[in-house]
Design a protein around this ligand. Structure first.
Ligand code: PXG
Length: 454
């Protein structure tokens, strides 16, 4: 793109476009980076810079950029039947096939799909349906949902309320009533002298304490991401989720796994719940369901919840114009076909996953890195001032941002949360590209250390 065209575009953007999760005043001054092209694991910006996208867009481009089959599936569906709803006793072919496909792919008896346009909307759906589930069984007071501090479940009113981001709660009067939060299983930052396993159990048992404090007859459900993503890729100790599940079963609290990031292969398993060995009652899906090529979200309900809603729930007073949009569901089917036919998830488990883990561990040896954690294709590097101490930098977030900007100059896209550098590449990343990722990350860590005078 010509420089003058780029500047004109940036000017228009600053004048008319409000960016999500941004300091829009600062951005208007700096000028937006405009992305123009994607191919496999790489994206290009308007200035012609090629970057290795080790963040898969926003945790979502699982099959990589530029797969023309998805565009063809969309065009075919648009040409045949661009839209029809799933209201008034109707639906469309790809939507039925996708519901059945998701029932087959998701673990256990998660056999029933409700479609939304995003993960946030899916979590809004869950909030209403979970409360309704208990209300129609003569337990209207069993209406409290428990989430976790720093959990991320979206930006809608229910999504942001279920999430535990203080900054989000402070804008718009959230959380809404009857939502509570417990502490997160973030061993690196909060585990103190406990072993990860001791800490995992301790944090899981906070759920039991909270249920007993509120009363089991008040608590409707617990929601969590198998691996907390936006908060900083917090990988809980392996005993955390089974303990959470035990507690949920004991007090008949519905277990909701928000798989928006972990779903569709991110952990080297189809779903994060499978990696941790749990069977949720409800699952949130989005992002990887279409590899980000088109917006789509879904809620998977198990037989128990679905049967109650169907047999006792009355007419469902909930739905979006685009619930089960046929173009989106057709694209999702094609995306899933590619994931399956090309054995992308299996390849992570048997090949690229272990390789990434070994190279990531090497990055952990860098003097600036306090911990390098990874599962499948999702990980983080914790930057610290005094290795091996796990203490944070005083001015949290500055060093992470510095490292992110340096990495970008080196042609590598990573995301920073506080001072953790987050990794979530397209699942198709090859060994060669993992080597490139390593080289660029190591160089960026060196330059960050240099800039800090270390
Ligand atoms: N649940 C989880 C676990 C997510 O990560 C959502 C729900 C909401 O999905 P939608 O499609 O409504 O965005 C998400 C989204 C970040 C970041 O900064 C992460 C997300 C969204 C925006 C920013 O890491 N995840």
């Amino acid at each position: 793109m010509e420089n003058s065209d780029l500047q004109a575009l940036q000017k228009l953007d600053a004048a008319h476009h409000i960016h999500p999760f941004n300091d829009n005043a600062a951005l208007a001054k700096k000028g937006t980076r405009i992305l123009t092209k994607g191919e496999g694991c790489y994206v290009w910006d308007a200035e012609g810079n090629k970057m290795l996208d080790a963040f898969a867009g926003l945790w979502c481009v699982n099959i990589g950029y530029g797969r023309t089959e998805l565009g063809k599936a969309a065009a075919k569906q648009m040409d045949t039947l661009a839209y029809y709803n799933s209201f008034f006793g109707c639906t469309t072919e790809p939507t039925v096939h996708l519901a059945a496909k998701l029932a087959e792919l998701t673990p256990g008896d998660l056999n029933h799909a409700f479609f939304s346009n995003s993960g946030s909307e899916a979590n809004d759906t869950i909030l209403r349906m979970v409360r309704h589930f208990w209300a129609v069984q003569d337990q209207p007071d069993k209406n409290i949902l428990i989430g976790r501090f720093n959990g991320y479940h979206g930006s809608t009113v229910a999504g942001a309320s279920l999430g535990g981001m203080k900054g989000m709660h402070s804008q718009g009067g959230l959380p809404i009533p009857n939502i509570h939060h417990i502490n997160q299983p973030y061993w690196f930052g909060e585990g103190g002298d406990l072993s990860p396993e001791e800490f995992g159990l301790q944090r899981a048992r906070e759920l039991e304490d909270k249920i007993l404090e509120l009363g089991p007859d008040r608590v409707a459900g617990f929601i969590g991401e198998p691996i907390q993503g936006a908060a900083g890729v917090f990988i809980p100790p392996m005993n955390y989720w089974p303990e959470i599940q035990r507690i949920c079963r004991k007090y008949d609290v519905l277990l909701i796994a928000d798989e928006v990031i972990c779903g569709f292969g991110r952990t080297g398993h189809w779903f994060g719940s499978e990696y941790f060995g749990i069977q949720p009652d409800i699952m949130t899906l989005a992002k990887g369901i279409t590899s980000g090529y088109i917006p789509l979200g879904a809620v998977m309900f198990n037989d128990r919840v679905s049967n109650v809603l169907r047999d006792k729930g009355g007419e469902l007073a909930h739905g979006y114009t685009y619930s089960g949009h046929p173009v989106c569901t057709a694209v999702a089917l094609e995306n899933i076909r590619i994931l399956q036919d090309e054995k992308i998830v299996e390849n992570i488990q048997g090949n690229t996953g272990p390789y990434l883990a070994s190279r990531w561990k090497e990055l952990g040896e860098h003097p600036l890195v306090g911990e390098a954690r990874v599962v499948g294709m999702v990980g983080a590097l914790e930057l610290v001032p005094n290795k091996p101490s796990r203490a944070f930098f005083e001015d949290r977030g500055k060093v992470g941002q510095l490292c992110r900007d340096i990495a970008l100059k080196n042609g590598l896209i990573l995301r920073a949360t506080n001072d953790a550098m987050l990794l979530s590449p397209p699942l198709i990343i090859t060994r060669g590209q993992i080597d490139e990722l390593f080289e660029k990350a190591w160089k960026s860590l060196n330059q960050t250390a240099e800039a800090l005078g270390k």
